[in-house]
Design a binder for this molecule. Structure first.
Ligand SMILES: NC(=O)c1ccc[n+]([C@@H]2O[C@H](COP(=O)([O-])OP(=O)(O)OC[C@H]3O[C@@H](n4cnc5c(N)ncnc54)[C@H](O)[C@@H]3O)[C@@H](O)[C@H]2O)c1
Ligand SMILES: [Zn+2]
Length: 374
């Protein structure tokens, strides 16, 4: 049984008990990721327990609040636009207006309740408002719980590219309640699970075994099996960013599957694929490339591809010209000093990063996705 949050004591003197938190080291101190079923329903007590006793302003979106607000309790949130298209400085400006109206000062805490889009935007607002105010993440998608809420990266899109405007702003606390995932659409939930599979490849193959063994239970979108899986992935992300906050080395391993994934998202106009779906396709390409180079064990590639297939069909990208994908990888942020960094799986939860992938090799790796030609 995974420990569940318990609140006890007389009103006003409430205590909060939860499993031991996951610590994350950052350039401005250590913060905790608290993973517990039901944590969102006791948000104020969780914050108080963490020493965050000042005024709080909750920022969320209409959609998230309609799905989850009822479980978060008597809080009046600021609701802003949601979705990748709204992840802009315009929406951040709306957040500033709301923070001014709410008279937020340096002693206040801003609480972002939502997926990665809300977390990144609200985080960027918190990083810049009054030159930085306290931030708490309450992520409500798989993707946000296991990835975007941990590690301090915040930001927004620019008309010319995704996440081009941003900052590092560590949260004071991350409150992860996997039971919040029950209201996600099946597609959104599955998209996040591909990032979970990514952790299995880059850090701990036991995660793959667990997904395989508990998939029907996990797909109920709540419960102990899901909580255990989310907690393990949070720990992996926490360990990676603690060791390499500013992405000089180890943090780059998180880009496994993302080189081709981002290229496919761009090549399909950011409309056909959810990010996680693009990562699933990108992982298949990275595995094929690794096998072709003799660095990825073929058994691992087969196992991961089978697991991805077990989650259900992915949108087809067979119509995307190979040349478009190859060209898009050249414009990726993972290009450092003109060299594309490509993460390959080496088995047993390890990776290697190579910088000499040729266009020809890349085209070969796209074949399993149905992308052929020059
Ligand atoms: N900062 C980082 O390190 C980092 C890492 C990875 C991704 N990201 C960013 O994260 C974003 C993607 O995040 P995402 O995948 O969470 O997508 P998202 O934030 O767009 O959320 C997906 C959809 O689910 C809805 N939703 C959220 N929680 C819900 C719930 N519990 N019930 C019902 N509906 C809910 C949202 O309103 C939205 O429509 C991208 O912008 C990406 O750049 C950031
Ligand atoms: Zn990702």
């Amino acid at each position: 049984m995974y420990p569940t949050i318990r609140i006890f004591g007389a009103p006003g003197a409430r205590m909060f008990m939860a499993p031991s938190p996951i610590a994350v080291r950052s350039h401005n101190g250590v913060y905790n990721v608290q993973v517990a079923r039901g944590a969102r329903t006791h948000l104020r007590a969780v914050l108080t327990e963490a020493g965050l006793t000042g005024a709080i302003v909750v920022v969320s979106s209409r959609r998230v609040w309609a799905a989850q607000g009822g479980r978060i309790g008597r809080i009046t949130p600021v609701l802003v636009a949601d979705g990748e298209r709204a992840k802009t400085l315009m929406t951040v400006s709306d957040i500033y207006d709301a923070l001014l109206t709410a008279r937020v000062d340096r002693g206040s805490t801003i609480v972002a309740v939502g997926g990665g889009v809300i977390g990144d935007m609200v985080g960027f607002a918190a990083a810049t408002f009054l030159r930085g105010v306290r931030l708490v993440h309450v992520p409500t998608t798989v993707m946000a719980q296991v990835d975007s809420a941990i590690g301090g990266k915040v930001g927004v899109n620019h008309a010319r590219g995704k996440n081009l405007i941003g900052a590092f702003h560590s949260p004071a606390l991350v409150v992860v309640d996997p039971d919040a995932l029950v209201t996600l659409s099946r597609r959104e939930f599955r998209a996040g699970l591909y990032e979970v599979i990514k952790y299995g490849v880059i850090a701990d193959e036991a995660v793959l075994t667990t997904v395989d063994a508990t998939l029907p239970e996990v797909l109920t979108q709540e419960g102990d099996a899901l909580t255990d899986l989310v907690a393990r992935c949070c720990r992996i992300k926490a360990d990676v960013v603690s060791a390499d906050e500013h992405e000089h080395g180890l943090r780059r391993t998180l880009n496994f599957g993302h080189t081709v994934g981002h290229a496919l998202e761009a090549a399909t106009g950011y409309s056909r694929l959810r990010h996680g779906e693009a990562v699933a396709l990108g992982m298949r390409a990275a595995l094929a490339l690794g096998v072709a180079r003799g660095v990825t064990p073929p058994g691992l590639a087969e196992r991961v591809s089978a697991l991805i297939a077990r989650l259900g069909p992915l949108p087809s990208v067979a119509d995307v010209p190979a040349a478009t994908v190859v060209e898009a990888t050249g414009r990726d942020k993972k290009v450092v000093n003109g060299k594309l960094h490509f993460v390959l799986a080496t088995g047993g939860g390890t990776t290697t990063t190579v910088t000499d992938v040729t266009g020809r090799e890349l085209r070969g790796a796209l074949a399993p996705l149905g992308i052929r030609g020059r």
